[in-house]
Design a protein around this ligand. Structure first.
Ligand code: NAP
Ligand code: 3JM
Length: 349
């Protein structure tokens, strides 16, 4: 690795998101001089590939960040809580994929197509929003800019890969067991940290992350709070129901919105989304064209279709928004943040 660029660490490099981070840094040719893959003790010594080279994974520790300029974290909230300040102390800028710092004041929560400028107010840590939030705001911000936005009601249909590599393994194992008439033994989903675990194969589970006191799950509260912060509008009304499906990759969302302006048409919304950065419109009922998870998987864009007027609510519309949860939902958005930091001169040379 003799290229000029930044000294970059990836924390959680052996995970579902981390793997995509390495691939995305390479594919998008981010200026990396050296890449340091970090994990827990469990994977230390394993090899990962970057630009054709085999790199040895090391156990993440405070000292790992000596000399690091950019650290991408996706190893869970507790790891970010413990190590992101250590990385910042040593001069690195952290792009954190967990919920640990997202709602903290002084921590920009960024989707570059929406609020890139917020990066300028960072104090060392930049938060990457939740996967379900990212794809929704990427599609709705252009509509908000043109026509205003009063309310969002979203129901999600989320892929298992959003819960990590082990959850994907659980879904395939259960599917095989059920097809063979064998007993199943759920251990991970709906939430690793919760008391009960349920069948995910051939099922739909209306719980992602654990419950909060108000009856919403944390995943739902992330969507609600993060959307208001990214769109910088505390008066925006947002409600969410988050559901896990036995889909490997690609989150889908049924979204109801109320726009502020009167007289907006479906064609108006379509024309705004046709021009929107990072968005692909797939909306033609006459040829059965609409976004689907299997098509969005491994793609960078957010796909939008099924746009139609609510039949009873004035200025109300429905749409279907789909994206790869590990790419735009996580790794790609983080790498785009890194490119924006570089462009804005916010990374130390
Ligand atoms: P995963 O497949 O389970 O991978 C977890 C990664 O974290 C592995 O590399 C693991 O290393 C590492 N890790 C675990 N404990 C660690 C420790 N104590 N110190 C250092 N590394 C540790 O999970 P994932 O799906 O990649 O997700 C990882 C995290 O990213 C999640 O917990 C979540 O906070 C965040 N995430 C964010 C989004 C988003 O919407 N932006 C989406 C998905 C996930 P080992 O191989 O050593 O276990
Ligand atoms: C997506 O801290 C943890 O164990 C990770 C939980 C988690 C999160 C989170 O809260 O950071 C799993 C999957 C997310 C997320 O992006 O919010």
């Amino acid at each position: 690795m003799t290229k000029s660029g930044y000294r970059v660490a990836v924390v959680g490099a052996t995970g579902a998101v981390g793997e995509q981070m390495l691939k995305t840094l390479e594919r998008m040719d981010f200026p990396v001089e050296t890449l340091l893959p970090l994990s827990s003790k469990r994977s230390a010594g394993k090899k990962v590939k970057f630009r054709g080279e085999e790199l040895t994974v090391q156990e993440a520790a405070p000292e790992s960040f000596e000399g690091i300029q950019l650290a991408l974290f996706s190893a869970g909230g507790s790891v970010s809580k413990a190590l992101a300040p250590e990385a910042v102390k040593r001069g690195a800028i952290v792009v954190d994929n967990t919920s640990a710092y997202r709602m903290d004041e002084g921590v920009p929560l960024v989707v570059p197509e929406v609020n890139e400028e917020d990066l300028k107010n960072h104090n060392g840590i930049i938060a990457n929003p939740n996967c379900s939030t990212i794809q929704m705001v990427a599609a709705l911000e252009p509509v908000r800019k043109s026509y205003g936005l009063k309310r969002i009601i979203v129901s999600t249909y989320q892929a298992v890969s959003g819960a990590g590599a082990d959850a994907v393994g659980e879904m395939y194992e259960q599917s095989g067991q059920i097809m063979n008439g064998e007993e199943i033994d759920p251990q991970i989903l709906p939430a690793g940290g919760d008391k009960k675990h349920y069948q995910i194969a051939f099922n739909a589970i209306p719980q992602i992350d654990v419950f909060t006191d108000n009856g919403y799950t944390f995943e739902e509260m992330k969507m609600i709070n993060e959307t208001k912060k990214i769109m910088n509008d505390s008066s925006l009304k947002v409600a969410a129901t988050c559901v896990r499906l036995p889909v490997e990759t690609g989150h889908s969302e049924s979204v109801f919105i109320e726009v502020e302006n009167n007289g907006v048409t479906v064609e108006d919304i379509q024309s705004v989304l046709k021009e929107a950065p990072g968005v692909t419109l797939q909306d033609d009922p006459s040829s059965q064209l609409y976004p689907m998870a299997v098509d969005a998987a491994r793609k960078d864009d957010v796909f939008v279709g099924r746009i139609r007027r609510d039949l009873d609510t004035e200025n109300g519309f429905h749409m279907w928004i789909v994206a790869d949860n590990l790419l735009k939902g996580a790794a790609l958005n983080s790498v785009q943040i890194a490119f924006s930091l570089d462009k804005l001169g916010l990374l130390k040379k």
